[in-house]
Ligand binder design. Structure first.
Ligand code: AMP
Length: 222
């Protein structure tokens, strides 16, 4: 399979994580989710984690240079050699410029940017009821994508919890930040001809087949 470097863009709760992980399975590439990286740092008590928490708790963005440095470091890992999907990065035009610099240092580029277009009402519905595994970070939803057994992760058997920043007031703040800082990236990448819009009405059951169809459509899978 061709090497695929992809970005998935979408509001918080748009289903980015679920779609990114399905696409990774289909293409054999790695998912690089900046939110997960920050949460792992936090769990491990690193300085970066402590700093990130002060922003995350308020639903604000961690500064661009710190976030980009973390991504550059992550992409040096050999598991990214076959390609990657960036989930939650870039989130500002400045981050997109920093990403260009990171990739040009590696002699690489982005193949396609997938934009999950989800109406606001749907976002609020999906974010309330969202659950995350405290160990492996797999995500679920009490109604749309429930775990097989209540409160327990299907993948690793650990406890499912609600994300600290999924409180309704923080979700509204994150949506606001998304509109102001991240949505301009849709035009940024559309201008480069690399944007693919994905209507996000799809049921959870269809995600994997749909992502395979998409990968074929953009010439990344046979
Ligand atoms: P997520 O899991 O992608 O919803 O991210 C959770 C939180 O982590 C965000 O609300 C931000 O505070 C922080 N974060 C994640 N990705 C980024 C990024 N690319 N730039 C700045 N902050 C980020």
């Amino acid at each position: 399979m061709k090497k695929a470097n992809l970005i998935i863009l979408g509001a918080p709760g748009s289903g980015k994580g679920t779609r990114a992980s399905a696409l990774c399975e289909v293409l054999g590439i790695v998912q690089v989710a900046t939110g997960d990286l920050f949460r792992n740092n936090l769990k491990n008590g690193t300085e970066l984690g402590k700093l990130a928490k002060s922003y995350m708790d308020k639903g604000e963005l961690v500064p661009d240079d710190l976030t980009a440095a973390m991504v550059e470091d992550r992409l040096k890992n050999p598991d990214a050699a076959r390609g990657f999907i960036l989930d939650g990065f870039p989130r500002t035009v400045r981050q997109a410029e920093l990403l260009d610099e990171i990739l040009s240092r590696k002699g690489e580029k982005i193949e396609a940017v997938l934009f999950l277009d989800v109406p606001d009402e749907e976002i609020v519905r999906r974010t309330s009821g969202r659950l995350i595994c405290e160990k492996c970070q797999a995500t679920y939803h009490v109604s749309y994508n429930p775990p097989k057994s209540d409160g327990v992760c299907d993948k690793c058997g650990s406890k499912l919890v609600t994300r600290a920043d999924d409180k309704p007031e923080t979700v509204l703040k994150r949506l606001d930040v998304f509109r102001k800082n991240t949505l301009p990236l849709v035009e940024f990448y559309r201008g480069r001809g690399s944007l693919i819009r994905i209507p996000a009405e799809l049921s959870q059951d269809g995600v994997k087949a749909d992502m395979l169809g998409l990968a074929k459509q953009i010439g990344l899978a046979g």
